[in-house]
Design a protein around this ligand. Structure first.
Ligand code: GLC
Length: 655
């Protein structure tokens, strides 16, 4: 967690260790979002000194109006500090006491029963509910999902349940989500990754992660609570421009942090006051030192969702925000050595943030990239200066969708094609462009691929196809229209056919199958956290429920998501909202899983809210536009492989 001494020295030399002060003009209308270096230096001196002392920076305004310092660090300040804290220029409040949050109760269906009879700490759950679900389960004991399932049937099933207990799971989830809120300068700014009061080994789970906040933000948007999302967007934007280094090397401007923490430190030069700072982690302190490529992409997606949901377009129209979008785009669209339109990234640059053999062109990043490009195009204000950028963006969209749809797609038919590939084709019109050796087709895949269905593979490199099924990449390819309509349906068909593998006792497997034996040793570096069927290595992550729900709603098949939500509801609250589950069938709470993991809670809530009002999913969905379709069909007809190899496969691609 902490930066090693040598790195700290290097950072001092390079004048880094960026800090954001709340006394900054956080929401100034100024066009400049790059702070002056001397300002950063001056803050650094103070911040680094006190950072060692402070373990907890949250303060509370007591009913008597006396500020109390919470947490381990308080003894350092004693009673004098309590008085001094009255002088704070930027007072902190605990989220619960914030009155600025607009509680618009939204859809009555979800809040019929307001009784909060669950104890979130002891995880007491209504056992009657569990039994009833067992009965429901008997309706569907087969492997796989009932193929003719429809929403009406699901509704009927749901109606047989004890509605009150489901409502109280939701109430509990809302309570927990609100408890996870973090304030900065008195306003809500995000949610911490996990808040398990019984766990002292919090690692960096006490931080606000950008990717983890997305479902929280969406839940708040769907509830009509816009402030926290707006604050999150604007404050993280300020972090984007921070100078960041690792061993004297800086990543590109435009990188968004993986996470940040709100810290309270004494005000520089004034012993009688403190101030809050935002302390971002761009990967320079993260385990493995990974740069979070997905953060900026998610930020753009959330920004669009905020505008669509709240109707407040003034945020995306701000000059600072427009600049922020462009900085992310420039970083992603920069020319490099690549032959492929996909983004080349290191291992661990997304939700799977440690070594799992996904370096190269992992599907998750490509789906988020595509989605962010579409969202950004919608929001960028037309102006002379950005014509080149928009041209580059449009070209990339076409090339990227062609590349993924054409080369990442597999189903039984395509698998058989690969099985019969010729290799070492040197020519412009090679069928086997990436020189894939058919022996790479793993035995598990031959068995696993259903007759009906298909999916986008995890990664594609020269002479390498990573055939593992990665859920987030596939689900977001559906939501963003990176996959064609036919492919999107086929992905959902596969999910239904492979229900026992992908959902089983808890939705949703992060990837399938697990790396085992020597493969696990070599690819993960014998990572004890990523043992087979655990954590990133084919563990089951409840947060993925929300992306599943968006994908299902987009394809007008919400019954699939509704069924998965029912599975989750059987135990997620009783198990205290774990981060992930282990074993092939997700039977155990993950070995090192955090409890009360915020994105498990928020993911569940978003799934419920969207299923209650599927039209709300439009804030997250992007439809394919006609320009793209035209450009794509030109490319398809110009593709030699089409001419030579797959004349009859037209139905696979809607172009
Ligand atoms: C783990 C996950 C990562 C998540 C973080 C905080 O590191 O792999 O995706 O953002 O925890 O929850």
């Amino acid at each position: 967690m902490s930066i090693g001494t040598s790195e700290a020295v290097l950072q001092v030399l390079s004048g880094s260790v960026p800090r954001l002060l709340c006394s900054d003009p956080c929401f100034s209308k100024s066009d400049s979002i790059i702070p002056s270096k001397s300002y950063i230096k001056c803050i650094k001196k103070t911040a680094s000194r006190y950072m060692k002392l402070l373990n907890c920076s949250s303060m509370q305004e007591s009913p008597m109006g006396i500020h109390q310092f919470q947490g381990i660090g308080h003894s350092l300040y004693g009673n004098t500090a309590i008085d001094r804290l009255r002088l704070l220029s930027c007072k902190c409040q605990r989220a619960e006491s914030l009155s600025g949050i607009t509680a618009e109760d939204g859809n009555g269906t979800w809040f019929v029963n307001n009784s909060k009879n669950l104890n979130p700490i002891n995880g007491v759950v209504n056992t009657q509910n569990v039994l009833e679900f067992k009965e429901v389960q008997q309706l569907d004991q087969k492997e796989g999902f009932p193929s003719n399932g429809n929403l009406a049937a699901v509704e009927t099933v749901r109606d047989t349940l004890h509605k009150g207990s489901v409502d109280s799971i939701e109430d509990e989830a809302w309570d927990l989500l609100r408890e996870s809120m973090v304030s900065y300068c008195g306003s809500p700014i995000g949610t911490i990754a996990a808040k398990d009061p019984t766990n002292s080994n919090v690692l960096n789970y006490d931080q606000v992660f950008i990717r983890d906040f997305i479902p929280s933000g969406i839940a708040f948007l769907l509830k009509g609570e816009y402030d926290i999302v707006r604050n999150f967007i604007l404050h993280t934007l300020q972090l984007q421009s921070w100078e960041k280094t690792m061993d004297c090397h800086s990543p590109g401007q435009g990188l968004m942090p993986a996470s940040f923490k709100v810290r309270t430190v004494p005000l520089d030069g004034d012993d009688s006051a403190t101030e809050e700072i935002l302390d971002p982690d761009f990967g320079e302190a993260a385990i493995g030192r990974v740069a979070p490529v997905d953060s900026g992409l998610w930020w753009i997606i959330l920004l669009r969702a905020y505008g669509k949901s709240s109707g407040d377009l003034s945020v995306q129209e701000k000059v600072d925000v427009q600049t922020g979008i462009k900085m992310i785009l420039r970083l992603c669209l920069a020319d490099g050595f690549d032959m492929f339109p996909t983004l080349l990234v290191t291992d661990g640059s997304c939700m799977i943030d440690r070594r799992m053999g996904i370096h190269g062109h992992p599907l998750e990043i490509q789906a988020l990239f595509y989605s962010a490009l579409l969202c950004a195009r919608e929001m960028l204000a037309p102006e002379d200066g950005s014509a080149d950028l928009i041209r580059a963006l449009n070209n990339r969209l076409v090339a990227l969708s062609f590349h993924i749809r054409e080369y990442y797609w597999i189903d039984l038919k395509k698998l058989n094609e690969i099985y019969r590939y010729k290799t070492e084709e040197y020519s412009y019109d090679a069928v086997n462009k990436f020189n894939i050796y058919p022996d790479q087709i793993s035995p598990w895949l031959v068995e696993w691929m259903p007759i009906k269905g298909g999916y986008l593979i995890g990664n594609l490199q020269p002479a390498h196809m990573d055939f593992r099924f990665f859920s987030l990449g596939n689900l977001w390819s559906v939501a963003s229209s990176l996959a064609t309509m036919d492919q999107s349906h086929a992905i959902l068909d596969l999910i239904e056919a492979k229900w026992a593998d992908l959902v089983a006792d808890m939705p949703f497997k992060i990837c399938y199958p697990a790396l085992e034996g020597q493969e696990w040793q070599i690819i993960t570096g014998s990572d004890p956290k990523n043992t087979p069927w655990s954590y990133h290595n084919a563990g089951s992550w409840p947060t993925l429920l929300w992306q599943l729900t968006v994908a299902c709603i987009k394809m007008n098949r919400p019954e699939i998501a509704a069924k998965a939500v029912e599975v989750a509801e059987k135990r997620i609250s009783r198990d205290k909202w774990p981060e992930y589950y282990d074993t092939k069938r997700a039977r155990f709470i993950g070995k090192q899983a955090q409890l009360f993991q915020t994105w498990s809670i928020a993911g569940y809530l978003v799934a419920k809210l969207l299923l209650a009002d599927p039209s709300a999913a439009k804030i997250l969905i992007t439809e394919e536009d006609s320009e793209l379709v035209n450009a794509f069909s030109c490319m398809i007809s110009a593709n030699p492989r089409r001419k030579r190899g797959r004349k009859s496969s037209k139905q696979t691609y809607i172009v």
